[in-house]
Design a protein around this ligand. Structure first.
Ligand code: ADP
Length: 144
């Protein structure tokens, strides 16, 4: 039923990513689905603050993207999936916006997210997960 699955990954939260592994593997097996991993980075400009620090103190955008891409591939490698069905994308912006945009671009029919960081127990649905559930036009699996 689900052939194109978007799996947004927060690269700063390994435990959250690990939560979704069995679910993604299970859906992938059912339909030989394509799995699209997406990590969203904050815009570089958000690190500049008041703009008083020299540019050289920050990684170049190219380095940052390469580093993120390597990190995302490492996360993807923890999933037992056929390589030719795995796709990794890095985007820059607000996670909820980029996730919804990417879902449209790839024609996703399912988005799989973790509900929130496992170490935060005071709420049940993180802000990104909540926005995706609210605004997505596809099915969303929220893993707890
Ligand atoms: P919390 O507020 O506890 O961090 P979130 O709602 O941000 O919870 O995270 C829930 C899910 O949203 C994550 O498992 C991931 O799928 C997605 N997500 C959050 N941040 C990002 C990000 N920067 N890039 C891609 N996906 C993200």
């Amino acid at each position: 039923m689900y052939k194109t699955i978007l799996v947004p990954i927060d690269l700063t939260e390994d435990n959250m990513s690990r939560l979704v592994i069995p679910h993604v593997e299970n859906f992938a097996r059912q339909e030989d689905a394509h799995i699209h991993f997406l990590a969203v980075l904050p815009p570089l400009s958000s690190f500049y603050g008041m703009g008083s620090l020299p540019v050289g103190h920050y990684p170049s955008e190219k380095d940052r993207l390469q580093h993120a891409e390597a990190g995302l591939r490492q996360v993807a490698a923890q999933f037992n999936l056929p390589e030719d069905r795995v796709h990794c994308t890095i985007a820059i912006g607000a996670p909820r916006d980029r996730i919804l945009l990417q879902a449209g671009e790839i024609g996703a029919d399912l988005i799989i997210v973790a509900s929130h960081r496992p170490d935060i127990t005071t709420y049940l649905l993180g802000s990104t997960a909540a926005s995706v559930v609210r605004h997505a036009s596809t099915a969303v699996l929220v893993v707890r």
